[in-house]
Design a protein around this ligand. Structure first.
Ligand SMILES: [Zn+2]
Length: 64
């Protein structure tokens, strides 16, 4: 049981955006996008994401 009310924050190693460790399935990255980029999955400019999006992804998705 984690009783600490403070979220652990960290900077995304890909875009340096501040993100949280908790509730972040893409940690240590800020998003699935950054994780895929860092893994080289985006070598092609097409959105050839080899994973299926989860409902949780839509909650954190932001248009840029
Ligand atoms: Zn990022």
């Amino acid at each position: 049981m984690n009783t600490s009310p403070t979220l652990t924050t960290l900077a995304c190693p890909r875009c340096q955006q501040s993100t949280t460790w908790q509730n972040n399935p893409s940690r240590p990255f800020c998003s699935e996008r950054c994780k895929l980029i860092d893994l080289g999955a985006w070598a092609n400019e097409d959105y050839a994401i080899p994973v299926e999006p989860t409902p949780n992804d839509f909650l954190t998705e932001e248009d840029e």
